[in-house]
Write a protein that binds this ligand. Structure first.
Ligand code: TXA
Ligand code: MG
Length: 339
């Protein structure tokens, strides 16, 4: 948590930086965001430069309350309104038709805008004191693992980013659930801690996944959320066998499992993430960062169970273990993670 100067003072400093067109990172309940004044295209461009993110990838606009919606959104459909009422403030991002004044730099030139009302006291206070929209992607370099602690943000950007508000560990740990409410009906674009059945309890017609004919939204590409070390997802029943094969070859191995190791070896770094999806999710990115530092040849991840509560975790693991990132000693695994 915040140490040293009072939180209020730091929030005020962040507000001033945002007003001056500079960047400020801040915690949300999902992951840390890299914020800029959403009304200032030059400020938003700084986000893209610092992250190394392609300019066509749209960013989410954060507001503290739906009262600011009309500045950003042209048309909230009845479904979008119901979802906003049910889940805001919270880890839900809605994609809606953009208002005319929204700059192309935010939307990547698309006719839609993604908008979110986060439920984190520091994010809320910052947005409230700033009094407008803050454009913010996750506060990591393009393609890296998202940050869930202030120190992760500092690891990503070092001296290039002056202001990082510290809210400790993010509660959710995975990026927000994204629902598109444009086109032929509402669709779940990115799974998150709000599950499909929770969404369908409010809007029963929500479809899973983007429209088959929809153009791929930049940023939804397969390789994402990746550590530097190749990640490979292994079925539970094969984990020990794969580990012993690799340690037989004296390969340094890092393991993210749902249980403790059967035996330890000098070649292995093991993280037991347990079997509760909420805790697993909260710690996932910190665990991947830890394992990435183990100087291992590969990070083996024990496959997580089927079921809705694991969907968002499965999605992120699959992306972390993109096809191009795989050491293909096992074609079956390669096929599973590459599909
Ligand atoms: O939890 C979160 O959503 C975090 C915190 C900081 O709010 N933000 C976040 O932003 O994850 P980012 O930029 O890392 O991911 C946003 C995703 C991208 O995949 C982007 O393609 C998608 O949202 N997105 C943004 N605008 C969109 C739009 N108009 N239509 C469809 N997808 C959009
Ligand atoms: Mg991101």
């Amino acid at each position: 948590m915040i140490v040293g100067r009072a939180l209020q003072e730091q929030i005020q400093e962040a507000v001033e930086a945002l007003r001056a067109g500079d960047l400020a990172a801040f915690p949300t309940e999902t992951v840390y965001g890299l914020g800029a004044n959403a009304n200032n295209p030059d400020a938003v461009r700084k986000i893209f430069r610092l992250k190394g993110r392609p300019s066509t990838h749209p960013v989410i606009v954060h507001i503290d309350h739906p009262r600011y919606l009309q500045r950003w959104v042209r048309d909230m459909t009845p479904d979008a309104k119901k979802l906003a009422d049910a889940f805001w403030p919270g880890p839900l991002t809605l994609v809606a038709k953009r208002a005319l004044a929204v700059n192309d730099v935010i939307t990547g030139g698309q006719d839609t805008v993604a908008i979110r009302v986060p439920n984190h006291p520091i994010a809320q206070q910052l947005l409230n004191a700033f009094g407008g929209g803050i454009a913010a992607p996750s506060a990591n370099r393009y393609g890296h693992v998202s940050p869930t602690r202030a120190e992760h943000v500092r690891e990503e950007f070092g001296d290039e980013l002056k202001i990082v508000l510290d809210g400790g560990d993010c509660k959710v740990g995975l990026e927000s659930t994204i629902v598109s409410c444009v086109g032929d009906g509402p669709r779940l674009l990115r799974p998150g801690s709000i599950s499909l059945s929770q969404l369908r309890a409010i809007v029963p017609s929500i479809q899973a996944g983007p429209h088959p004919s929809a153009p791929r939204v930049p940023g939804s590409t397969a390789r994402h959320y990746s550590p530097q070390t190749p990640v490979n997802v292994v079925p539970s029943r094969r984990l020990d066998q794969v580990i012993s094969e690799l340690s037989g070859e004296h390969e340094k191995t890092a393991v993210l499992a749902m249980r403790p190791p059967v035996r330890t070896t000098p070649y292995m770094t093991w993280v037991n993430a347990g079997n509760r999806p909420d805790i697993y999710a909260k710690q996932l990115y910190a665990n991947l960062r830890t394992l990435d530092k183990a100087a291992a040849k590969i990070i083996l991840v024990e496959e997580v169970p089927e079921g809705e509560r694991w969907d968002a975790i499965r999605d992120r693991l699959k992306r972390a273990a993109s096809a191009e990132n795989i050491v293909t000693y096992d074609q079956d695994i390669a096929a599973w993670v590459a599909d």
